[in-house]
Design a protein around this ligand. Sequence first.
Ligand SMILES: [Cu+2]
Length: 457
Amino acid sequence: MLSRRSFLGTATVLASATAISGRAQAANIPEAPMMEKATMQPPLRPSSGPDYNPVVTLNGWTLPWRMNGDWKEFHLVAEPVEREFAPGMKAFLWGYNGQAPGPTIECVEGDKVRIFVTNKLPEYTTVHWHGVIVPNGMDGVGGLNQPHIPVGKTFVYEFEMKHSGTFMYHPHSDEMVQMAMGMMGMIVVHPRDPNFRRVDRDFVFIMSTYLIDPGTYLPKVTEMTDFNMWTWNSRVFPGIDPLAVRLGDRVRVRIGNLSMTNHPIHLHGHKFAVSCTDGGWVPEGAQYPETTTDVPVGAVRVFDFNADNPGDWAFHCHKSHHTMNAMGHDVRNMIGVSRKELASAIGKLAPDAMVMGEAGMAIGDMEMAAPNNTLPMMTGTGQFGPIEMGGMFTVMKIREGLARDDYKDPGPYNFPKGSVAYEIDAPVTDAPRQTKPMQMKPDEMKSMKGMKGMKRM
Ligand SMILES: [Cu+2]
């Protein structure tokens, strides 16, 4: 739900030192829409200007704007927020307009945009428009391109969106802390030609990572590599929205990465091609088919494909530790090790103790004791049983006949009869094996070409 928090008459304005024209006055600051929900909001269709097919943001929303003359005006408020990662876990983050990540900023190639940024953080900040080609004084690097935005102040960024494409925004001010606290968002600039590579469904999300100790709420901002929350739009499975797609749709997925490592993103059941990066559109002749695309740190990858295969298709990061929630890393590999004696010895001392891991770590429906505000390491249930995933995992649900703006979860896939892998009632038998070492006579060695002379001895 949108709620509106008006800053009229209350905010003090400092126009950017490099504002190019039409400096904004305090009375002219647009309202800053706020978001209370962490669920996907419907696409924001343009009511004026060029036509385009708007994006939907996984577990997010698009920032409403207002027109002021020929300027499109947005208002971002940098502030502390509470973000639910999945039911059962919340984090205290920093973000924009009530959520982290911030809302998606959507506009059209050639738009003149004026973006007000109000700082309600306890320290200064800036906003950098990653990938957008802007005049130097609008680039948002604190100290280099502008003074940092002091606590309680509002700065204005004004520039033209010269190129269509997919970009990001994030602070360039105490960057390590502010990005580790979740401050980031996506920018989508639609082509002015509404038919340029038009798609029917257009999804967008940004990847970030956190280290939040079980039972606590605050990310450890000095962590460099060993994160335990691998998120899409600061959500983890099973809290990430499914991607509802109509069978036959042309689909685009736009992915930004402001985490500290790369993520190979994999879609089942289809092939796709990367059509756009944060540097612009990839020419069609340079595209090639893939099922996984690696999204480097500080980069955007966008892929397009035809949704021609109905079903519930897994869509996830292919680093298996990134489809897990919080877990200990000091677990020894005990596969194949019998610990029966150890178990009975421990059982005498601690009757509740459980020895596990001899056959793997599948835990199915098993409930393990955990502190409050902690998610299970592997979780989620499908129509056939436990899914045992977490982190960067969700499901693309391709169904016949969905309405244009219908993005709600269509429920589990109704498999056609006889189309699911099945068990047969048969005894396990040994496959025939070669029992003697293979021997060859010299004349057989000669005829090895083409393997014709090989005989089992
Ligand atoms: Cu990953």
